[in-house]
Design a binder for this molecule. Structure first.
Ligand SMILES: NC(=O)c1ccc[n+]([C@@H]2O[C@H](COP(=O)([O-])OP(=O)(O)OC[C@H]3O[C@@H](n4cnc5c(N)ncnc54)[C@H](O)[C@@H]3O)[C@@H](O)[C@H]2O)c1
Length: 391
């Protein structure tokens, strides 16, 4: 197996600069490539000040200084030249399929034979990104969570034509990257299906939250009361504040994507469609569920609307976990729970489901009727409890 030494970080934006940081800390040489001079400057500054802070706190590996780390980071705006000696390229450019395909071709055509192209896409198919390139066996996904230095999870994804060797190199590389908050967890994604593990398992619960929000809107119930229903009191942000923070347009387009790839039942609800069309997108436009014009809102959660049955979320997520087990995306329910904990900082749904799958299945029968969403019906693995043995 080729030992990775030289990494090209293609795209030095929000994700790229953080991924470069952990690659440098693990001892690799990194060349950053981006089309924007401003982004390159910001990325260099982010890494420099980040390393200096870590050095001051004594958190860098022994005998390594911030200056040593920065000496292994270079910049090259010409991708064909930058990849001449690359062992692995991590791509984190904007989420556009034709761009990723074009860059994948350029990398494969100009790099050494063994060079791996790893995409950090959150939603696109690795198989489609590799389509048309000369060595699809060298193309995999390495999906980080944001911010890459702090989030423990990395998903390594096998496209339909990725070689086992490329997967092994991707996993070994990912396992070698430090995490500044706890222990790294690397999950092998064995099938290239939408959303991979974590985003996929959590995706259909939006059908239920859309339903709740639409119901509250029809009844004229204030968002704060709905938020009190939906929010986990221990979470750093309330549920609707987080929705505003991420952006309602992102949620809208993500749901359309799943509607196309998985089931029309994912189609955005009435309120989400309205927010997207009217441009009340949350933080970025100053108004979403809440007014952001004076900074982050502080909703009063003292009164609940009483619309939400929280167990329904657990049931929906466990059912989707069973679906990805059926599809062969992973072969152990424990991997799903570990991945969700490492990627989202809250427990996954599967352990609870091992003891309560009958109750959860009954609940899903009831709610799939109530919401008129056949996709929410319990799948065979959940209904029969057969997933329990898939450890
Ligand atoms: N932001 C997240 O939370 C997150 C999490 C996981 C994965 N991702 C994925 O990571 C990727 C990047 O996301 P981001 O949030 O860092 O975006 P970003 O907009 O911050 O960065 C993208 C960078 O790509 C650069 N770029 C555009 N065209 C280029 C080209 N032809 N060559 C080189 N660079 C080019 C841009 O200048 C920009 O700096 C996307 O595929 C996204 O889905 C994002």
């Amino acid at each position: 197996m080729t030992k990775v030494k030289n990494i090209v970080m293609l795209g030095f934006g929000d994700m790229g600069k953080g991924i470069a940081q952990v690659c440098l800390m693990a001892g690799y040489n990194v060349t950053a490539v981006d089309v924007s001079d401003e982004i390159i400057e910001k990325g260099l500054e982010y890494n420099k000040t980040g390393f200096e802070k870590l050095e001051a706190k004594g958190k860098l590996p022994e005998d390594v200084s911030a200056t040593d780390l920065m000496a292994r980071l270079s910049v090259n705006k010409d991708l064909s030249k930058a990849v001449k000696n690359a062992d692995l390229v991590i791509e984190a450019v904007v989420e556009k399929l034709d761009l990723k395909q074009k860059l994948c071709n350029t990398v494969i055509d100009n790099s050494p034979d063994h060079c791996i192209f790893a995409s950090n896409t959150s939603s696109m198919s690795i198989t489609e990104i590799a389509q048309g390139c000369k060595k699809p066996q060298n193309v995999i996904g390495i999906h980080f969570f944001n911010p890459a230095p702090l989030m423990r999870l990395i998903e390594v994804i096998k496209g339909d034509r990725s070689s086992n060797e490329a997967m092994d190199i991707g996993v070994e590389l990912s396992e070698s990257l430090p995490c500044l908050r706890g222990e790294r967890f690397v999950a092998r994604v064995l099938k290239d299906r939408p959303g991979f593990i974590v985003n996929r398992v959590l995706s259909p619960s939006r059908m239920y939250s859309n339903y709740i929000v639409d119901l509250a809107y029809e009844k004229g119930i204030p968002w704060e009361q709905v938020d009190a229903d939906l929010s986990d009191p221990n979470a750093p942000m309330t549920s609707l504040t987080l929705s505003d923070f991420v952006g309602r347009d992102i949620a809208y387009h993500t749901q359309l994507y799943y509607a196309e790839k998985l089931s029309p039942d994912y189609k955005p609800g009435k309120v989400l469609t309205m927010q997207n069309n009217e441009g009340t997108l949350g933080k970025k436009t100053g108004q979403g569920f809440y007014d952001w014009s004076k900074g982050r809102p502080q909703p009063d959660l003292s009164k609940k609307a009483g619309l939400v049955n929280r167990l329904v979320f657990a049931a929906i997520n466990a059912n989707e976990g069973c679906r990805i087990l059926e599809e062969g995306v992973v072969n152990s329910w424990k991997v799903i729970d570990e991945a969700i904990l490492a990627g989202m900082n809250f427990p996954g749904p599967m352990k609870y489901a091992t003891e309560h799958y009958e109750e959860l299945s009954d609940l899903l029968e009831e709610y799939s009727e109530k919401l008129e969403k056949p996709y929410l019906k319990p799948c065979e693995l959940l209904k029969t409890g057969k997933f329990v043995d898939m450890v």
